[in-house]
Design a protein around this ligand. Structure first.
Ligand code: ME8
Length: 525
């Protein structure tokens, strides 16, 4: 078994259906985990829903259902989204599960045992939409002088008896963590933001509420009346441990903790890089290795919102364009870490140019020539010399550049390197004109097709983490065994000889990436 690699997404608030931001994060995480498996790592992906807190309680009240009913209904939509987008997660965690309550209470007990929790009174600003406390100095002015959080959400003045966590105690240790591990917070812009925030001095954090009860109950101590429920972020962050079976010393926990990567959006970096490591330090647990705050996705440059009526269901997009084209577009178009915009035209343009016209076409014309001109028999390649120059170029892109960029989470740069190799292969086809060689020099034709066959196999395996469904279909057509479809397998030649030995023939190829046609409806969508 390869070296372990544990990646998590944020767990989503199921107070509504999943939106494109949720889909983007899940797709990026799935691409990472499939890539890691492809290079031989024992990779594990966890996602789920964050079901407690005031936001959920208020939404349920508004709809006249219980928070649990709301969570049950919406969590299913998140699971359906994952299935529909071909997300290969190992665990889907729901924070209302009893095992999660137990784990969170254990974390609490450990923080209490460290002397980091005390009772006091909270007076300050709270944003229900962000489920976050803000200092007066962080607020911004909205319309009519209304106070807003830095995210632009409404805040309310809150006065409550509350448990506090001694966050102020951890400032120096956190700064040392950031300094000693430059990759702990990525991208760099987020790291700078957080360092400035911590350098400004940390105040103790209110970590319980008494005004509602939809949450994990604080372990009861004598004299604790009324009962407190934990601040939703204490419980939410603990999900990363619960999914490994913690607090039991399970095999999963021993193998996969600390996490290699918490993949989250830029708005929740503070919770993951300040609060979470401080809670873990307090509880005496190892810290995650890195946190990456990706950018926000905009619909034609605008934030999606119900009031603008531009909310898109990611599954509708997948149905319209295909799951793999949607995944490809999101990973290719936007430099990971930055905000990005999408539109039907942009998706069609990108996917038609790169997936249909370049890669799909390369696969289609090569396989049809093998089918028509060689009777589909790849055994006939066995005696011919391949063209090393083109194969070296493809190898460089697929075994070196793309893996290096993906490992650094630079998906678009990795795909760009891959695309250059696809272009080179298409130029090679045009230059060699294998269709014309059929009569003049059949041996040369076979050598050219053999070269292209190998190049396509390498290109398909390299891009598999991004477009897994289609890549597997192409590899089926090439006859590459399922257990040899990783980037780590690219240097192996047994696939080829196994294929030759069976004497099987390739069937007539089926187009991999059909062109996307836009209609009038799309232009106004
Ligand atoms: O924040 N583009 O849940 P959430 C890209 N429950 N990403 C986006 C986005 C957009 N337009 N909008 C949201 C929460 N996201 C908490 C997390 S983790 C212990 C608890 C991202 O449903 C967002 O940044 O509001 C977050 O990473 C994820 O979607 C879930 O957001």
């Amino acid at each position: 078994m390869g070296e372990p690699y544990y990646v998590t997404t944020a767990i989503s608030y199921p107070n509504g259906r999943p939106h494109i931001g949720h889909a983007y994060e899940a797709i990026a995480a799935d691409t990472i985990v499939r890539f890691m498996r492809s290079v031989g790592r024992d990779a594990r992906l966890q996602t789920g829903t964050d079901e407690h807190g005031l936001k959920m309680a208020q939404k349920a009240r508004e709809l006249g259902v219980t928070p649990q009913q709301l969570a049950d209904e919406m969590a299913q939509h998140f699971k359906d989204m994952c299935a529909g987008l071909n997300i290969e997660h190992d665990v889907f965690i729901r924070t209302s599960e009893p095992r999660h309550h137990a784990a969170t209470r254990e974390l609490w007990r450990r923080m209490q045992a460290s002397g980091d929790l005390y009772l006091d009174r909270y007076e300050g600003w709270y944003s229900v939409r962000d489920e976050a406390y803000y200092d007066e100095s962080e607020l911004i002015a909205g319309e009519g002088g209304a106070r807003l959080s830095p995210q632009g959400t409404p805040v309310e003045w809150t006065v409550e008896e509350s448990w506090f966590f001694r966050l102020s105690k951890y400032g120096e240790r956190l700064l040392a963590l950031y300094r000693d591990n430059p990759d702990f917070i990525r991208p760099e812009s987020r790291r700078n933001e957080i360092m400035r925030f911590v350098e400004g001095g940390l105040r103790d954090l209110s970590v319980s509420r008494t005004s509602f009860d939809w949450g994990v109950r604080v372990p009861a101590n004598e004299g604790d009346v009324p009962a407190h429920v934990m601040y939703v972020w204490v419980d939410a962050l603990t999900n990363y441990l619960t999914g490994l079976g913690w607090p039991d010393e399970t095999e999963e926990f021993k193998r996969f903790w600390p996490a290699d990567l918490h993949l989250i959006g830029k708005d929740i970096v503070r919770f993951h890089t300040v609060y979470w490591p401080a809670f873990l330090m307090s509880a005496g647990l190892p810290l995650p290795k890195s946190v990456f705050g990706h950018g926000f996705l905009l619909n034609r440059g605008q934030k999606e919102s119900k009031s603008l009526g531009n909310v898109t269901d990611p599954l509708d997009l997948a149905a319209r364009f295909g799951v793999d084209p949607l995944r490809y577009f999101l990973m290719r178009e936007i430099a990971f870490g930055q905000d990005g915009s999408y539109s039907t035209e942009a998706i069609a343009l990108r996917c038609n140019a790169e997936l249909s016209n370049s890669f799909g076409n390369l696969v289609q014309r090569t396989l049809s020539m093998i089918f028509k001109n060689c009777g589909g028999e790849i055994a006939s390649f066995a005696s011919t010399e391949a063209d090393d120059t083109l194969l070296a170029l493809v190898a460089e892109a697929t075994r070196d550049e793309l893996p290096r960029e993906f490992a650094a989470l630079n998906f678009s740069a990795g795909i760009e390197a891959w695309m250059r190799a696809v272009f080179a292969c298409n130029a090679y086809v045009d230059e060699q004109a294998p269709w014309a060689l059929r009569k003049t020099d059949p041996d040369r034709m076979r050598a050219v097709l053999c070269t292209l066959f190998m190049a396509i196999r390498d290109l398909t395996i390299a891009i598999l983490p991004v477009v897994p469904g289609t890549a597997h279909k192409i590899l089926d057509q090439l006859g590459i065994p399922v257990d040899q479809r990783g980037i780590a397998d690219l240097a192996r030649a047994d696939w080829y000889w196994a294929r030759v030995a069976t004497g099987e023939r390739l069937c007539a190829p089926v187009g991999a990436f059909p062109r996307i046609e836009l209609d009038l409806q799309d232009a106004v969508a």
